[in-house]
Design a protein around this ligand. Structure first.
Ligand code: PNW
Length: 473
């Protein structure tokens, strides 16, 4: 028997995946090359006022052309895995029909380059770039979109599944549904609460149908969704605040976790959402499809929501300056209140204890499934220093604190198998355009020069040593 360590260490298990994440529209550019069709983000970015400074992903960080150097950079960092997304409009420019070979070829080359560099490819099939022709036919509020997604998933998996073992279906269905169709701060910019609920159901259904299609094709495939989970706290013990926390936890976390992992929607949400006709979208067999066995659950974690249901000063939900319409369907009276913690450059409170809560809760309340942190990171207005470096000590502190929580969770028996930081490099931060930087690597947008930040060197050292250095940061 191996001796039980008497002292806490921060050594991660052998085989723990060390990764970084990106998404197609945020990094690729080349939006008119290789037969790519238009996506809802191409359209949305042209709407006056939708994106800060009217910026778009036409060029982004030119990863479409620079991927060999970017993969070399990943290898230099020592990453053992890389999470990227596949642009649906590159594969099906019209949103349906046979695959565009040039689109498949791009991801095939990327996968081969990653494998040659010793980096595991972890693709996400949907990171928000719906083909515009599908939005023209109604988008995610339309049930047919879920079936189109499963078809597309099968095409990509058919082409890459011989080399790619781990897949994510949809990224953050909460954002895609509620920022896209309720508050309208993301593409396609619609402000229709009932449609947003339909979108949420169809994103989940699309996930489930895709899992089944991929599994039928290759029974050994490992696949799951990536959801964005938050810790949620009531501001006080007042019944109104407790109810606000129940609703926000419901809409943010349980609306997705319960159907995915338990095969049902929560009763309290079904009651809250009845006025919007939510249940009318849920047909016989849908919940069984959504509850198809998954092999992994991706958890994107950034912050905690502190909420109140009492009247008071209005604050922006999730600190978005881009819409005055709440994304919180059935809970638009809820106020998001600052709890006084330090914030990142996004205005998001830094609270690693929330990650501990999220992981503990998954372990306690849901059937066991291998967990991966598929996003975690901090956005700031980083700048090159006079010495040509980027000294991003706040990002290092953020990552260190969250990784310590991951280590503790593993020690407590949570089946956490890997960690992907958001993001590998600075990129197009959606409605914020290029103004917010999440990368370990700085990108000079004028020249596309990549400059590893201090956090990149720190992360490389963590990976090399297999754990976190002691001492204070
Ligand atoms: C996630 N919110 O987006 C995405 O998966 C990434 O593409 C993105 O760059 C990253 O987190 C940082 O923002 C989110 O308002 C966008 O709650 C907005 C919210 C949450 C996540």
């Amino acid at each position: 028997a191996s001796p039980r360590p008497t002292e806490l260490t921060t050594r991660f298990p052998t085989g723990f995946l060390w990764g970084a994440a990106t998404a197609a529209y945020q990094i690729e550019g080349a939006t008119a090359e290789g037969g790519r069709g238009r996506s809802i983000w191409d359209t949305f970015a042209t709407v006056p006022g939708a994106v800060l400074n009217g910026e778009n992903g036409d060029v982004a960080v030119d990863h479409y052309h620079r991927f060999p150097q970017d993969v070399a950079m990943m290898a230099d960092l020592g990453l053992t895995a890389y999470r990227f997304s596949v642009a649906w409009p590159r594969i099906q420019p019209a949103g349906s029909g046979p695959a565009n070979q040039a689109g498949l070829d791009f991801y095939s080359r990327l996968v081969d380059t990653l494998l040659a560099a010793g980096v595991q490819p972890w693709p996400t099939l949907y990171h928000w770039d719906l083909p515009q022709p599908l939005e023209d036919r109604g988008g995610w509020p339309e049930r047919d979109t879920a079936h189109r997604f499963a078809e597309y998933a099968a095409l990509v998996h058919g082409a890459l599944g011989d080399r790619v073992g781990n897949w994510m279906t949809v990224n953050e269905p909460w954002c895609a549904a509620f920022l896209g169709y309720a508050s309208g701060e993301h593409a396609p910019g619609r402000r229709e609460p009932a449609a947003a609920l339909a979108a949420a159901h169809h994103l989940l259904l699309g996930h489930g149908l895709a899992v089944s299609a991929m599994r039928a094709d290759r029974p050994g495939v490992r696949v799951g969704p990536a959801v964005n989970l938050y810790a949620v706290s009531p501001q006080t013990d007042a019944p109104e605040d407790l109810d606000a926390a129940r609703r926000i936890d419901g809409m943010q976390n349980r609306l997705f976790l319960d159907p995915l992992l338990l095969g049902r929607y929560p009763d309290d949400l079904l009651a809250d959402l009845a006025p919007y006709g939510f249940a009318e979208h849920v047909r016989d067999g849908d919940l069984a499809a959504i509850n198809a066995p998954i092999d992994l659950l991706g958890v994107n974690y950034y912050s905690r929501h502190t909420v109140s249901g009492l009247p008071g000063e209005a604050t922006q939900a999730v600190s978005s300056p881009f819409s005055s319409v709440s994304p919180w369907v059935g809970a638009d009276h809820v106020r998001f209140v600052p709890a006084g913690r330090p914030v990142t450059g996004m205005g998001w409170e830094i609270d690693e204890t929330g990650l501990a809560e999220v992981l503990t809760r998954l372990h306690r309340d849901y059937p066991a499934v291998p967990l991966y942190i598929t996003e975690n990171g901090a956005g700031y207005d980083d700048e090159l220093d006079g010495d040509g470096a980027v000294h991003d000590i706040e990002r290092i502190r953020y990552l260190d604190a969250h990784l310590r929580v991951c280590h503790g969770a593993i020690g407590a028996g949570v089946p956490l198998r890997g960690y992907f930081t958001w993001s590998l490099m600075d990129n197009y931060e959606w409605a914020w355009g290029y103004s917010k930087r999440f990368g370990l690597v700085y990108v000079d947008y004028a020249t596309q020069r990549r400059v590893p930040k201090d956090s990149a060197a720190w992360y490389a050292q963590v990976i090399r040593s297999g754990g976190l250095p002691g001492g204070t940061l």
